[in-house]
Design a protein around this ligand. Structure first.
Ligand code: 8YV
Length: 316
């Protein structure tokens, strides 16, 4: 069988590359010395794209023969899935396989912020324990009111974990779900009702700045905010302002508006724990995500369908 031409955008693990090499002839976009001429001359040759870094507009514009885009990650806000669907291009992503990992990352951040993991670790390591005495008391995560903004697959996995800590669970989502948690009509009403607010919505225009100054003020001076969704979901300037002025107590952030840049103001704060977008970043989960990217492409090659299409492409 002749191999299908596949254009790779972003980086790919050896495991993914090895699994695709038999069925696909892979060219890597970032290895082309002149991107514009490459796309003009050869961009139209590829029926398939594999991407760990979205689908740039210039690639889509040049991709006359494109039929399938297999994307690494559950979020696909850097792909114009509606434009792809309109052209009959199937887009797949990697839902479910990362739910547990991202939910675990939330627990890690919540404990780190509430129990001041980094400050107390420094206290132990620096010798301050011996010279200055015990570390100040911190706040328990037990029995809190937790608000989940976006009760999708990962949001539900977060809720399951919160139960272990006897949390009272509240949520806001595009639609009310059949779950034993308290629904609120707006993000501000949710924030008002809870002590811990977690953003875990999809990214993109619909959720841009869902967490704004009003929501943060409603969360209140004892409130903690966590973002494991996309940087765009929170108004970062409003978040910095709320943290600086004590309108919320602290935050745990895995995502930022201009990744990989993090505002200096956040880096200087003691009541904030920052992560470099590592919600799903374990060997095990990234391997499972990669395997699903591969399965989508192999199945497409076999019968023209993909295993996990994004919602916009489910009817193609
Ligand atoms: C990855 C993510 O960091 O799945 C997502 O949407 O944000 C993360 O799991 C990202 O996909 C890396 O490309």
């Amino acid at each position: 069988m002749s191999r299908t031409k596949l254009l790779q955008i972003g980086s790919m693990s050896d495991r993914m590359r090895d699994a695709l090499a038999e069925a696909f002839e892979i060219d890597v976009l970032s290895e082309q010395s002149d991107r514009a001429s490459f796309l003009a001359e050869r961009g139209g040759d590829y029926p398939a794209i594999v991407t760990t870094a979205g689908l740039p507009g210039d690639v889509l514009d040049a991709a006359a023969k494109l039929r399938v885009v297999s994307s690494f990650g559950v979020g696909y806000d850097s792909i114009d899935a509606s434009a792809c669907a309109a052209r009959g291009i199937k887009v797949s992503h990697t839902p479910d396989v990362l739910n547990d990992e991202v939910a675990n990352t939330f627990v890690m951040l919540w404990l780190a912020v509430s129990r001041d993991l980094l400050g107390s670790e420094r206290h132990a390591r620096s010798g301050a324990w011996a010279s200055e005495g015990s570390y100040p008391l911190t706040r328990s995560i037990q029995g809190r009111r937790v608000g989940i903004l976006g009760l999708g697959r990962i949001g539900q996995a977060i809720a399951e974990r919160c139960k272990v800590f006897d949390a009272e669970i509240h949520y806001h989502s595009r639609s009310r779900k059949d779950v034993p948690y308290t629904y609120h009509d707006t993000p501000a009403a949710l924030a008002e009702a809870v002590e811990v607010l977690v953003a875990i919505t999809p990214g993109g225009a619909e959720t841009e700045h869902l967490v704004d100054a009003e929501v943060l003020t409603a969360l209140g001076p004892d409130g903690l905010f966590f973002n494991l969704a996309r940087g765009s979901v929170a108004d970062e300037a409003a978040l910095i302002e709320a943290l600086l002025n004590g309108r919320i107590a602290g935050a745990g952030l895995d995502v930022f508006e201009a990744e990989p840049k993090i505002p200096d103001a956040l880096k200087e704060m003691e009541n904030v724990v920052l992560l470099p977008h590592v919600g799903s970043a374990t060997h095990e989960t990234r391997a499972a995500m990669g395997d699903l990217v591969v399965r989508n492409l192999l199945q497409w090659q076999e019968d023209g369908t993909v295993v996990t299409p994004v919602p916009e492409c489910r009817d193609l």
